[in-house]
Each structure stands twice: as structure tokens, then as C-alpha cells.
Design a protein around this ligand. Structure first.
Ligand code: AMP
Ligand code: MG
Length: 421
């Protein structure tokens, strides 16, 4: 074991450094069918009114309000997509179905429940009002109306409105391409029976899910051995395609921990240790693009758009997920142009005494339950960095500041919400 050469950086300072080096990615046109979850990179403006024609809101008869109380000749029909051609003559009506275009000459629709039909005539009630029971041109959007802003995440309704305004594809931010690698000679593929001293590579699957939730396009590199040369070859090759490298394991101070020296030889290590629990060995580096040739001097990483990011997450399963939450997820969101980089927070009442760690900010995992109008947070139990069960089923993270105070049971704190109960 050797002492770490890296100074311990405050967790907030490290998070700010990561964001400072994360640049917004380019824009690509994407068909609506693939837009779910993407971030819009243009302002959407309606170039025509919606609806584009007056359309019936009910099934009934299109008439003139001035003909209230009269018996009218039914001269035709306007169904959805099959409009009545021409104008309605005096003393006449047209049958109309929901979504059918209001024929010229008509100024209101009478519901089928309110008329009396006899042969090819219809008697409409007294007291009709012009403009009733149909959607007018531009009721939903007028031409020139602002529809969606750049930076909006596209979900069902946003995609629907884009389609309704006639846009088959949208300009969205590119997804970050992330190469994901697990390191460690003890790791075996999940599903294979581990030999003595071996464990399944669980971080790969947890991080893959977390990366996808954060919007990344992931290339899984698999398990790299604790050997400098193969590790280097894998990383150098993957960085030809990826914007971001995420590794787990190999960042502490054991002699087999090769990720930090590798990143240092390829680029600039900005964060080598953080005052964070769990996740102290978290490592963040920027790498020039293209990488400097073997032996050549690496260029200093600056946020010039051509820079690649490398996150060396600790191997302990909880540490890798928490450092992902604190550092990687906000960076990936910034790259995609999200306005909101952080998880939402909500005030919760602590149901337990949250003990502090003197020298490190701690993210404790809690479950939430509704109690009256409050949310009450309970610890998920032992917060050991190897105990994934402390994250499984957690609803939120509670940030406990470094120091000797901690947070007392009964106090109200802002919790980072992962999923509401
Ligand atoms: P390291 O950071 O490489 O020293 O690993 C710290 C601990 O995390 C060790 O107990 C490793 O066995 C464990 N670990 C490392 N990588 C993984 C992984 N991919 N899946 C599950 N556990 C891991
Ligand atoms: Mg290891």
C-alpha cells in the first residue's frame, strides 16, 4: 500500500469541477418515434393554427344559430376526414360527426340528443347560440405561438404536440456515448459460478441501468483485468468512439489499482479523492481528443468540446452508485442540455438520528413514508459501502454534512428524491 498523492477535495468543489468540464453536446435531427426522453435543442413555434379548420366537438347537426326552432332539410354529412363539400343552403342542415369540419354557412352544432329527426328533416331547439359545440381555428394554438422551449425533455405530450403541428422530426441534443468498464481480477460474468475469491460483476449492470436512466448511449466494455497494458489498450480503443469513460474499481491505493495512473498518463486528473462517504476514491479526469500518442505529452484537458471525460468510480457497489448520482448523472444531463441537472429535493422529517462523519459529507440512503402531510425518512439500515441493500428500495438520499453535529431525529431536511413511495 502507498499513501495517496491526491489531496482530499470537498464534495461540492469536486462536483462543480466536473460540471465546469462538461460541455453541451451537439444537435441531431431525430424522428419523433425515437424522441422520448431526449432534450429539445430548438424552440418550437406553430407555423399554422391548431385546429387548422373549425371542427365539431360532438355528433349532431351543423346549422345556423338564426334557424333556431325551425325544421331543416338535411342536405349531407361532414364526418372526420370526409368534409361536406360546398356551403349549407338556407333552411338546411348537415349531419356532422366529432372531428368533422364545420361546413361553410353553418355557425353552430346542435347535439344529436337535442334534435328531432323525421325522414330527411331535423327540428332544432329554440335558443341556439352561434359558435357552440365546435373548436374554432387556432383555439389550441395560433400561428406564431410558442409551443416548446429548447431544453425541454420530450415526453408523451410534448411529442404529441410536435406531431400535431406537423413536425415529423425534431432537433435534439445528442446522447452522450459512454464506455462502461469494470476492473478487477476477482470479477466474473454474472451467471457464471464464481470460483474461490471471485464475485459476479454486479457494478456493470447497476451502472448500465443508471447510465441509461440518465440518457446515455452505453457501450459495455466488460471486465478489464488488473494489468496496466490490457487496461490501457481497452480504454484507448473505447475512447475513439466514446465521449465519456466510466470505470468501476481500481481507484483506491492498493498496488493493483491502476485506473488513476492510467488516466494521469492519458490526460489530466482533476479529482483524485473526495470528502465524500461513500466514495472517497472517486476520480475525475479530462482526456484530450484525440488522445496524445503513446509516450507523447498529453495535452491539458480544457472544456473545449473536444475533451473527453473519465470517471473512475470506486469498486464498492454502493460507492459506485452514489458517486454516479453525485458526479456523473449531473454531468450527463448537462451534456444533453437539460435545464435541471440535479434530482428534485423535498423537505422530509428525519425518523432517525443521522450520525455524521467528521471529515466527509455523507449521503445516507433512506426510505420515505407518508405520515399525515409529511414525508418521514427512515434509514435503510447499515450504510456500509459494500451493502447494496442500503440502496435497493431507497426513495431518497439525505446529505449529512461533515462535522460533529449530524442531523437529529425529528428535524426537517431537504432530501434528494430518487423515487417517491
Ligand atoms: P476496488 O475499488 O477495485 O479496490 O474494489 C473495492 C471493492 O469493490 C472490492 O471488494 C471489489 O471486489 C468490489 N468490486 C469492484 N468491482 C466490482 C464490480 N464490478 N462488481 C461488484 N463488486 C466490485
Ligand atoms: Mg479492484
Amino acid at each position: 500500500m502507498r499513501a495517496s498523492a491526491y489531496s482530499l477535495i470537498d464534495a461540492d468543489v469536486a462536483a462543480a469541477l466536473v460540471l465546469e468540464h462538461s460541455a453541451v453536446l451537439g444537435i441531431e435531427p431525430v424522428h419523433l418515434g425515437d424522441c422520448a426522453g431526449r432534450v429539445l435543442a430548438e424552440d418550437l413555434v406553430a407555423d399554422a393554427p391548431l385546429p387548422a379548420f373549425p371542427s365539431s366537438a360532438v355528433d349532431g347537426y351543423a346549422v345556423r344559430a338564426a334557424d333556431a326552432g325551425r325544421t331543416l332539410r338535411v342536405v349531407g354529412e361532414s364526418a372526420a376526414g370526409r368534409p361536406f363539400e360546398g356551403a349549407i343552403p338556407d333552411g338546411a342542415a348537415a349531419r356532422i360527426l366529432t372531428g368533422g369540419a364545420l361546413p361553410d354557412g353553418a355557425d353552430c352544432v346542435v347535439m344529436v340528443e337535442d334534435v328531432q329527426v323525421a325522414g330527411d328533416t331535423v327540428t332544432v331547439p329554440a335558443g341556439l347560440r352561434s359558435g357552440t359545440n365546435f373548436h374554432k381555428v387556432g383555439d389550441d394554438l395560433r400561428a406564431g405561438d410558442h409551443v416548446l422551449s429548447a431544453g425541454t425533455q420530450l415526453r408523451a405530450a410534448e411529442i404529441g404536440i410536435a406531431a400535431a403541428t406537423g413536425r415529423a422530426q425534431l432537433r435534439v441534443r445528442r446522447r452522450p456515448r459512454v464506455a462502461l468498464m469494470s476492473t478487477g481480477d476477482e470479477l466474473v460474468e454474472v451467471g457464471k459460478t464464481p470460483g474461490r475469491g471471485q464475485i459476479p460483476d454486479s457494478n456493470r449492470w447497476a451502472l448500465l441501468a443508471a447510465l441509461r436512466e440518465a440518457g446515455a448511449d452505453v457501450e459495455v466494455l466488460g471486465i478489464a483485468p488488473d494489468e496496466a497494458d490490457p487496461l490501457r489498450r481497452l480504454v484507448v480503443d473505447a475512447l475513439e468512439r466514446a465521449d465519456v469513460l466510466v470505470t468501476s474499481g481500481g481507484v483506491s491505493v492498493g498496488t493493483h489499482d491502476l485506473v488513476k495512473p492510467l488516466l494521469e498518463s492519458l490526460g489530466t486528473v482533476h479529482v483524485g479523492r473526495v470528502k465524500l462517504k461513500p466514495g472517497k476514491p472517486f476520480t475525475f479526469a479530462t482526456l484530450p481528443s484525440p488522445l496524445a500518442g503513446e509516450g507523447g505529452p498529453p495535452r491539458s484537458g480544457r472544456s473545449d468540446g473536444g475533451v473527453k471525460l473519465a470517471f473512475g468510480l470506486p469498486g464498492f457497489p454502493v460507492s459506485s452508485l452514489i458517486t454516479f448520482e453525485v458526479f456523473v448523472r449531473p454531468a450527463l444531463r448537462k451534456m444533453q442540455g437539460f435545464a435541471q441537472l440535479q434530482r428534485p429535493t423535498m423537505p422530509v422529517r428525519l425518523g432517525y438520528d443521522a450520525r455524521p462523519t467528521v471529515d466527509r459529507t455523507e449521503y445516507q440512503r433512506v426510505t420515505l413514508r407518508h405520515e399525515g402531510r409529511e414525508l418521514v425518512a427512515e434509514t435503510t439500515g447499515s450504510q456500509s459501502s459494500s451493502r447494496l441493500m442500503s440502496v435497493a428500495g431507497a426513495h431518497a438520499l439525505v446529505r449529512v454534512p461533515a462535522g460533529d453535529q449530524g442531523l437529529k431525529a425529528g428535524s426537517i431536511v431537504e432530501a434528494m428524491i430518487l423515487a417517491l413511495p
